[in-house]
Design a protein around this ligand. Structure first.
Ligand code: MSP
Length: 742
């Protein structure tokens, strides 16, 4: 069994942006999911290199069109490597370029076949005629009346509704594809294969368009107008219309019309493909492409799957004029690849438009990844190392201990949790197969929440105090660890690096009987309990460090300003540590705008400098430990009311590497966002003990930085004995978060 997935090939006149990155991430996720199932998968991406637009961009840059394409391809390849989407990172299998000689051969073959064919109504599928119309170079498409804005001044050209640039009046001899004869055949195709165009709303849209009637399509330009393109076979005065050329890449890449490619990849082996596209180019894929294939007698694609567009947080289309585009360098500098992947798949309801904002990305990274998955992983593994000697314990509670275990409130029936997780797995896989990525991730996070709750309810740190409850404790630890293993397998296609990291920390990368990577596990075939007792866990490391929102936003805003104004060539790769996708791309001195649809020739340099965050009061770790002092003097009530004391609820708690006194808490004090608070209590409290606890917080203490983390408040604790042991102040009655203490 084989599977073939494609992204659109991107215009070689424009630098990669968030939209391209998104399509790549979706395709990469689908490909990894298929590979996990043991299906031989081919993932194709690449560049669309012909046409007037590229010719013009090259001219402006003083390059040949091929040099222009090489320049953009270089940039795309660096982007895909930086975001781990290339072959070296288990991503695409081939980067296709339409300037490749084998592509010329393949497209010419498709043209010849179509040119010989008759339409379903018995006419020649391709004929020579005369075309007169308005052409948008940026879209590389002729525009009908409803696709352009009429000029306001007499004699001026109409403008493209998408690009808002003047259209060119074209009047010349042209070959036509008799699309008008294919409407019925296309409608029959959509009807017989309801999954051919997905999601359903897009299917309806395409069907309505075809029902509205189809006009024949001009499929060539005179060479003297557009010379950079594939010559029409047997008529070198014409070059092929770029969409005929571009769409055909999906088959030429794998061997159509070229024996060498056929041997290297295999059209016979992999076709038909699943084409992943943005809704902006759905018509080309769901109407023109199937009609070309029908004419040439080639099998139809497996499916055309269209996603929505990214817009800014206020819902506006991203454009360089509005200055609301997302710079991939800035994105990659501040966020781990997996956080970006998770965010785009979780945030956009597939098929609809989605809003992209850095603040939302930070919030999701902190809540779902740092506090959610990351915290579950680190608390589970830390407890295994602390309470079970670093080895996954047995999950079995023997008959004679069942009653004892029951008394603690722990569910002795393991199938309660395994049943929940198996059900969630089935749902997750169904949703993933239906491209409902957002829902699938919600499902996966229901597992995170369920097991988090299991741990909090079972209170392993209490069980650990009672030797008789050893089996109960072990059962809880086993269930948590086995859940992590399942989560790795489920989440691998979405977050390959994080899933591998948890897998390694769980000790599975080197465990006999387990594949070295979650890439090697088919989640559909997983069985609960396959995690071997005795597996030695690896070193526990934080997965998703919490992002300091204020600081990061200030840095991003600075970078955006700098990248928009700077004109200095960027030094290669001065940024990006760890998992962040540092792109060492040299952009040219240019017009100072960042490219979304900007011409690559006008690409602005990337600024690598980010200003240091505003200085904060320096403090030491010891400052966070409450000091024991007697009451020395009196204050007025007015002084006391200066202190804003609030009730808070601990949402997350974790240790900080190399700071043995500090715990990093997030505390809900009734504000829109929880506070991050550092507390010097790590020697006296287990992080798990604090979860859900109501505490008293000094809310208007000036933020300060400890060990690189900002503390946005202080918790109150009694200081007991000579050593000043902290005992956290708490409430014995119900109190709402944010209630004031006075
Ligand atoms: N070259 C053609 C495609 C030919 S395929 C045979 C083309 N190229 S493009 O560079 O404009 O890239 C288009 C694709 O980029 C879209 O279909 C979509 O996949 C992606 N996106 C471009 N802008 C986008 C957003 N703002 N949001 C999401 N994806 C977008 O069209």
């Amino acid at each position: 069994m084989t599977f073939y997935v494609t992204t659109p090939i991107y215009y070689a006149n424009s630098l990669p942006h968030l939209g391209h990155l998104y399509t790549m991430i979706v395709a990469d996720t689908i490909a990894r999911h298929k590979r996990q199932q043991g299906i031989e998968t081919f993932f194709l991406t690449g560049t669309d290199e012909h046409g007037i637009n590229i010719e013009r961009a090259a001219e402006r840059a003083g390059r040949t069109p091929k040099e222009q394409a090489d320049y953009v391809v270089n940039y795309f390849k660096k982007m895909t490597a930086a975001f781990r989407l290339d072959t070296d990172h288990g991503g695409y299998d081939m980067f296709m370029r339409t300037s490749e000689p084998f592509h010329y051969e393949g497209v010419s073959e498709l043209w010849r076949r179509a040119a010989k064919a008759k339409t379903p109504k018995g006419n020649d599928a391709i004929y020579k005629g005369h075309y007169e119309g308005w052409f948008c170079a940026a879209c590389a498409a002729y525009k009908t009346e409803d696709e352009y804005a009429k000029p306001t001044e007499a004699g001026a050209a109409p403008t493209c509704l998408i690009h808002e640039t003047p259209l060119d009046r074209i009047s010349e001899e042209s070959y036509f594809f008799r699309l008008s004869d294919y409407a019925d055949a296309l409608l029959a195709l959509y009807e017989s294969r309801p999954d051919f165009v997905q999601p359903e709303s897009r299917n309806n849209e395409v069907t309505a368009f075809v029902r509205g009637g189809l006009q024949d399509l001009s499929v060539s330009r005179l060479k003297r107008s557009v010379s950079w393109g594939v010559p029409v076979p047997d008529d070198p005065d014409h070059t092929m219309y770029v969409w005929f050329d571009a769409l055909t890449n999906y088959i030429t890449a794998i061997g159509f019309g070229n024996e060498e490619r056929e041997r290297a990849v295999g059209f016979e082996k992999f076709w038909p493909a699943l084409h992943l596209v943005g809704k902006d180019i759905l018509r080309f894929h769901a109407v023109y492409w199937p009609a070309f294939l029908m004419a040439a007698g080639v099998e139809q694609p497996r499916a055309i799957v269209a996603h929505g567009m990214w817009v800014d947080p206020t819902g506006r289309k991203m454009s360089k004029t509005l200055g609301n585009t997302i710079d991939l360098d800035i994105l990659g500098h501040h966020f781990p690849v997996d956080a970006i992947r998770y965010f785009v798949l979780r945030e956009m309801v597939f098929g609809q438009d989605g809003r992209f904002g850095y603040e939302a990305l930070i919030d999701r990274t902190n809540s779902d990844l740092a506090s959610g998955l990351g915290n579950l992983s680190s608390r589970t593994l830390t407890m295994i190392s602390r309470y079970a000697g670093g080895r996954v314990p047995s999950g079995v509670i023997s008959e004679d201990k069942l009653l004892l275990a029951k008394r603690t409130g722990v569910d002795t029936d393991e199938t309660t949790i395994s049943g929940f997780i198996e059900h969630a797995r089935d749902q997750f896989l169904q949703q993933l197969d239906a491209f409902a990525f957002s829902k699938a991730l919600e499902t996966a996070w229901s597992i995170v929440a369920r097991v988090d709750k299991m741990i909090s309810d079972a209170k392993p740190w209490e069980l650990a105090k009672d030797e008789n409850q050893k089996q109960t404790l072990n059962a809880v630890l086993y269930r948590a660890a086995e859940t992590l293993r399942w989560l790795c397998a489920l989440l691998y296609p979405v977050m390959p690096t994080a899933a591998q990291e948890i897998w390694t920390q769980l000790g599975l990368a080197n465990s006999p009987g387990s594949p070295a990577t979650p890439a090697g596990i088919d989640p559909a075939k997983m069985k609960w309990g396959e995690l071997a007792e005795g597996t030695t866990i690896g070193e526990v490391k934080p997965l998703f460090p919490r992002i300091d929102k204020a600081k990061t936003m200030a840095e991003i805003n600075d970078s955006v300003v700098q990248s928009a104004t700077s004109n200095v060539q960027s030094p290669a790769d001065a940024r990006g540590a760890g998992d962040s996708p540092a792109m060492s791309v040299e952009r040219e001195q240019g017009s100072g705008t960042h490219a979304t649809e900007a011409d690559a020739v006008a690409g602005a340099p990337i600024s690598t400098e980010t200003k240091p965050s505003p200085p904060m009061e320096r403090a030491t770790e010891a400052d966070a430990v409450a000091s024991a002092e007697g009451v020395t003097s009196f204050i007025d009530i007015a002084d006391f009311t200066k202190v804003d004391l609030r009730v808070g609820e601990v949402l997350t708690a974790e240790r900080i590497p190399k700071a043995d006194k500090l715990l990093l808490l997030t505390v809900d004090i009734g504000e829109e966002k929880p506070r991050q608070i550092l507390a010097g209590i790590a020697q006296y409290y287990e992080p798990e003990q604090l979860l859900g606890r109501k505490i008293a917080v000094v809310a208007n203490l000036k933020p300060r930085k400890l060990r690189g983390y900002e503390s946005q408040g202080m918790l109150l604790a009694a200081s007991v004995g000579d050593e000043g042991k902290p005992v956290i102040a708490t409430f014995t009655e119900e109190v709402p978060n944010g209630a004031r203490l006075k």
